[in-house]
Design a protein around this ligand. Structure first.
Ligand SMILES: Nc1ncnc2c1ncn2[C@@H]1O[C@H](COP(=O)(O)OP(=O)(O)OP(=O)(O)O)[C@@H](O)[C@H]1O
Length: 342
């Protein structure tokens, strides 16, 4: 087994709010005890509803936000507590593509300047000829007309701007790219083009992707493995093509299907309130919305446990592939498997 490119263990991010002379600040658990590994060349998806902690996880993993606790090993080195000065040279090895291409590029810079900015930030000096080669190479890599290099971002369409965002992220030849909903703000036809571009770049270069999305269907199409988050925790980890075992993942999947009147199948609906991240109930965080919840779910929080090959779910009563879904899984105690299952 090779060393994973990224290894995250028990990562937590807590936000404090309120508090004063007589009142303790309240704690919001945006990311709770998340552990996963990514091997070089893999594409791992993180999916879940709005507010479940996907973007916070992405930002904390890349140290764009400080973790509250836990370890983040990038190419074998623990970067969770590394001072910024020591971290800076490593930053060229992991980059992020943001959801909103409109705000992620400085509107005052031309596209050429935006593409060369990462080199300046990293203190890499280029000759005029090298700058031109670099801009030409990056524009070609993301299939942008080189004429656009002298334009400002407001002259570009959303899709073109996101291509610039991707080119900028790739400028320093990183090994890990974290993509935070890279197509969410684009029209549907443009979304498909950006996904195709990301697929082709993955084929041409040795790139590892951590792909964040609220769209389970897209993640299932694009990613090798999928990590499902609910209220800051990972509730399911499954390989591409696997049948979801957690009722929450199943419901997410159902909600992403187009209705088909010719198909008869049982629909899982999510009803009920999402609990507040400030005040989580004991037991399973999904219990109030889960059609299968029983007393055990209200009492004991299920840990991530094996339900199949490289497939884990944090549920006392997971769906197939386990044969008897009404029998509590024997592994409701902390999983015997390594927590680094992603
Ligand atoms: N700086 C902050 N201070 C307080 N709470 C925050 C902060 N940043 C995020 N949160 C809260 O943490 C939770 C997780 O936010 P996050 O943006 O990570 O979710 P998300 O799954 O990426 O959602 P979306 O898909 O809408 O971007 C949310 O409830 C959000 O309000």
């Amino acid at each position: 087994m090779t060393t994973p490119i990224l290894s995250v263990t028990d990562l937590c991010k807590t936000f404090r709010s309120g508090g004063g002379l007589w009142r303790k600040p309240r704690q919001f658990h945006a990311v709770s005890s998340v552990s996963f590994d990514i091997q070089a060349g893999e594409t791992v998806g993180v999916v879940g509803e709005s507010g479940c902690g996907k973007s916070t996880l992405a930002r904390v993993v890349l140290r764009l936000m400080e973790p509250s606790s836990g370890s983040i090993r990038f190419e074998g080195e623990d970067i969770a507590a590394l001072p910024e000065k020591a971290l800076r040279p490593l930053r060229r090895r992991f980059q992020m593509v943001f959801q909103d291409p409109y705000s992620s590029i400085n509107p005052r810079l031309t596209i050429r300047e935006a593409l060369l900015e990462p080199f300046r930030v990293q203190g890499v000096s280029l000759t005029t000829a090298q700058e031109q080669d670099t801009v030409d190479r990056l524009m070609a890599m993301v299939s942008l007309n080189p004429v656009l290099a002298e334009s400002h971002p407001h002259h570009l369409s959303g899709g073109q701007k996101q291509r610039v965002g991707i080119a900028r992220a790739l400028a320093l030849q990183p090994s890990l790219l974290v993509l935070d909903e890279p197509t969410a703000s684009l029209d549907v036809s443009v979304q498909a083009q950006v996904i195709q571009l990301l697929q082709s770049l993955r084929g041409q270069q040795t790139l590892t992707y951590l792909f964040i999305s609220h769209d389970l269907a897209l993640v299932r199409y694009f990613c090798d493995r999928i990590m499902v988050m609910y209220l800051g925790r990972v509730v399911e980890v499954m390989p591409k093509g696997a049948t979801p075992a957690h009722p929450y993942t199943r419901a997410l999947l159902e909600s992403s299907f187009e209705p088909d009147p010719t198909q008869r199948r049982s629909i899982v609906r999510i009803t009920g309130e999402i609990p507040s991240g400030y005040d989580l109930p004991p037991g399973c965080a999904f219990q109030a919305r889960c059609p299968k919840a029983q007393d055990l779910c209200r009492q004991t929080r299920p840990e991530l446990g094996s339900v199949g090959t490289r497939h884990q779910a944090a549920c006392h009563f997971p769906d197939s592939p386990l044969p008897d879904t009404q029998t509590p899984r024997s592994g409701t105690a902390p999983s015997q498997e390594t927590p680094h299952a992603v």
